[in-house]
Ligand binder design. Structure first.
Ligand SMILES: CC/C=C/CC(=O)SCCNC(=O)CCNC(=O)[C@H](O)C(C)(C)COP(=O)(O)OP(=O)(O)OC[C@H]1O[C@@H](n2cnc3c(N)ncnc32)[C@H](O)[C@@H]1OP(=O)(O)O
Length: 719
């Protein structure tokens, strides 16, 4: 867990050895304590260097240990002892120094960083705070404003920025460990008192209260209802107003309030869920670690609408040559100008040059004959997509992968019209595709493991969080969205307003309420889908009773909104009104209020007061209930996959963990009881009927999310 060796005859080199990130597990803490004791007591040792094996200093506390009781030496006294020691200690930072790893570096008397190293205190992203002295030492070292920013955001910084801020003493392009050993030898004769950060006086700005107030407001606005950043601010205040001995106690008290909170559990779950999602498996035994992806050097995008443009940018900025295809000259020229503008702005922001030389724009599919992979991003129309895939089959070389960006159509039906169904896969990006992190990789029954591995790896290369899902209408994300949207519109019928429902969801922590989100996405897309599926429009059977379609409750209000040409932000009117088409400032619209009142009176609905609790329960439990069905159907392999999709694609708050984790946090028994209650009140809404898997899990004693898989593994998998 830590290697101890004597180098250059008098330097004790302590190497943390806990792959993959040298996390400070109890065993590692124990090994550091023993090694330090040895070094401080050995008269041959004049200085100490601490480094990490495999070019990684330390990724912080072992997050997996947070779930159990504390074992091994606690970190604070261990770190205090290193700082108080009478021999100089130098941290040789390569790779990462994060969280407890950064705090370990802060107690060393000197810090040498490799130029590629990254440092940071990301605890806030895990729902906790840096409680091994980080909130007390960092402000003393770099001042309150800079420390506040780093601690409340959890941002990682480069070695160069750390040098500028005064966190590290030297940045090197050589082996940081060797440089640190030489540095340590030179430090032997120097006094240490000014190098003990906890002994420094915090440089305090004159307007401390105003600064803390401003940061508090900023944090509350950005992360509504999230506890950890606010606790971080209080801890930093202690560094400014208390001596270290008292400040460290305050830090520990604040940590105690966070450590066992539901938010911390949810955020830590999110950390592991995100990593679990990349580990796809197929019933055949093919999986992420035994299936080799193909290398993709060139790609083509068909369709330069909003999605196509974002996908071109995502590919080009990671160095992939892209041929972009449109059907008409004017559309091609518009798309080209927009893509170039997007790439130039993106490059400027990142301080690199725009990779425009990788782009080619064409009207001819014939130009695609040599590309490695094609992503079709044309209009959401099956007949059109089938024509494109048939054409691609003829034009592209036999080994080219054919991908579709459909948001819910049958990927296997598209595979069926090609000469290579095993090379067809869905790559469902989320809008705007160059910004949104989520990618659903939709595996058809005939997609080969190499095809899936290639799509997953390409997603990762583009910086996406890729999740493998099965093929069914809407896949995971959009299939679950339906019951969620339905509940929201039923609540409108019953007496709520769009702004009330949105506020309840935004107070819960969603980035956007359901109606604001729909306005942003465009209301016409769903309207067209409803028309195509016979739910609205001229094909509807007139014998349908009002507010019922296909044997279940149906709310026609969204259709009525669209019939008025209100398609959301792009038309300046939707569920809200905006100052202009494309405007983003949503204001309640009296016309919508009138429409709701007229609608209710036409159908004799007596509006009632609806509580925020009912809004949250009906929307979120209906959402999760569909998630349980998706697990039963084998469309998602694990609850973590569903949660990652909702966190990265649909603005579900991370401190809620995602719909499936949230259900387990509320208690599956309670979710079941509430669904039964609402289903009894609305028997014509099948989405409210508790799913068999939910019932089964409750009958099995409501196991934690990570164990649900054991209860579904016998069911058929579509992955
Ligand atoms: C009282 C003391 C309190 C201290 C508080 C803390 O220190 S909290 C922890 C703070 N540290 C972090 O938040 C860092 C978390 N890790 C990362 O950000 C990244 O893993 C990384 C270190 C930047 C490396 O990224 P990379 O993309 O290279 O690898 P992965 O993210 O895929 O990670 C590899 C595997 O390592 C596991 N892991 C990473 N960090 C930790 C950790 N701190 N504790 C436990 N496990 C960790 C990660 O889960 C991966 O595991 P797999 O099983 O391979 O999926």
């Amino acid at each position: 867990m830590a290697r101890y060796e004597l180098v250059k005859r008098s330097v004790a080199l302590i190497t943390l050895t806990n792959p993959p990130v040298n996390a400070l597990s109890s065993a590692v803490r124990h090994a550091i304590a023993k090694s330090m004791e040895h070094a401080l007591n050995d008269p041959k040792v004049s200085a100490v260097v601490i480094c990490g094996e495999n070019g990684r200093f330390c990724g912080g506390a072992d997050i997996r240990e947070f779930a159990g009781p504390l074992r091994g030496p606690p970190l604070v006294p261990l770190l205090d002892a290193i700082e108080a020691g009478e021999k100089p200690v130098v941290a040789a930072i390569e790779g990462v120094a994060l969280g407890g790893g950064f705090e370990l570096a802060l107690v060393c008397h000197y810090r040498i960083a490799h130029f590629k190293a990254r440092l940071g205190l990301p605890e806030v992203t895990l729902g906790i705070l840096p409680a091994a002295g980080g909130t007390q030492r960092l402000p003393r070292l770099i001042g309150i404003p800079a420390a506040l920013e780093l601690i409340t955001t959890g941002r990682h910084i480069s070695a160069q920025e750390a040098l500028k801020l005064g966190i590290v003493d030297q940045v090197t392009e050589q082996n940081a460990c060797e440089v640190a050993v030489e540095f340590a030898l030179r430090a032997v004769a120097k006094p240490l008192s000014s190098r003990r950060v906890s002994m420094l006086t915090t440089p305090c700005p004159p307007d401390l209260d105003a600064l803390l107030e401003a940061v508090t407001m900023q944090v509350k606005k950005k992360a509504r209802g999230v506890m950890a950043p606010l606790a971080c601010i209080q801890a930093v205040r202690a560094a400014a107003t208390m001596p270290y001995s008292k400040g460290i106690k305050r830090e520990s008290e604040l940590m105690a309030t966070l450590f066992n909170s539901g938010q911390a559990r949810a955020l830590q779950y999110c950390f592991f869920a995100q990593r679990t999602a990349g580990k796809w498996t197929l019933p055949s035994g093919a999986q992420w670690n035994n299936s080799k992806p193909r290398e993709i050097r060139s790609a083509a995008i068909i369709g330069l609408g909003t999605m196509g443009r974002g996908i071109v940018v995502s590919l080009a900025r990671v160095g992939i040559s892209v041929i972009a295809v449109e059907s008409e000259k004017k559309l091609l020229e518009t798309g080209k100008q927009m893509v170039i503008g997007m790439l130039e702005r993106d490059a400027k922001r990142r301080g690199v040059s725009a990779s425009l030389n990788l782009l080619k724009f064409t009207l001819s599919l014939q130009d695609l004959k040599d590309v490695d992979l094609v992503i079709e991003a044309v209009f959401e129309d099956m007949a059109l997509k089938k024509r494109v895939f048939q054409e691609l089959s003829k034009v592209c070389r036999p080994a080219t992968l054919l991908c579709t960006n459909t948001s819910g159509l049958d990927v296997d039906a598209l595979a069926g019209v090609t000469d290579r169904p095993h090379l067809v896969v869905g790559m469902h990006f989320f809008s705007p595709a160059h910004v949104m992190k989520l990618l659903e990789v939709v595996c058809g029954p005939r997609s080969s493991s190499e095809t899936i591995a290639t799509a997953m790896s390409l997603g990762k290369r583009m910086g996406k969080v890729s999740v493998a899902v099965g093929n069914c209408p809407g896949f995971v994300g959009n299939r679950m969205l339906k019951p969620y949207l339905d509940q929201a519109t039923f609540l409108l019928e019953e007496g709520a307003t769009p702004e009330q429902i949105d506020k309840a969801l935004e107070d819960f922590g969603f980035a956007m309420g359901v109606f604001r989100m729909s306005d942003l996405a465009g209301l016409d897309v769903g309207w067209r889908v409803r028309k195509e599926s016979g739910l609205t429009g001229p094909d509807v059977d007139p014998k349908n009773p009002p507010r019922r379609r296909q044997g279940r409750r149906y709310c026609p209000i969204p259709d009525m909104v669209c019939e008025q040409g209100r398609f959301g932000q792009k038309t300046g009117r939707g569920w809200y009104m905006y100052d202009k088409p494309g405007g983003t400032n949503a204001k309640p619209d009296p016309l919508i209020q009138n429409l709701l009142e007229m609608y209710r009176s036409r159908y004799g609905i007596q509006p009632r007061n609806i509580s925020d609790q009912e809004i949250i329960e009906r929307c979120l439990f209906a959402l999760a209930n569909e998630g349980f069905r998706i697990l039963e159907d084998g469309i998602a392999a694990r609850p973590e996959d569903i949660d990652v999709i909702y966190l990265f694609g649909y603005g579900f708050p991370r401190h809620g963990g995602g719909p499936m984790f949230y259900s387990s946090m509320v208690g599956l028994e309670r979710v079941l009881e509430r669904l039964e209650h609402y289903h009894q009140a609305h028997p014509d809404v099948p989405h409210l009927e508790p799913s068999p898997l939910l019932k089964k899990l409750v009958a099995c004693g409501s196991p934690p999310v990570q164990k649900w898989r054991e209860h579904i593994k016998t069911m058929h998998s579509h992955l």
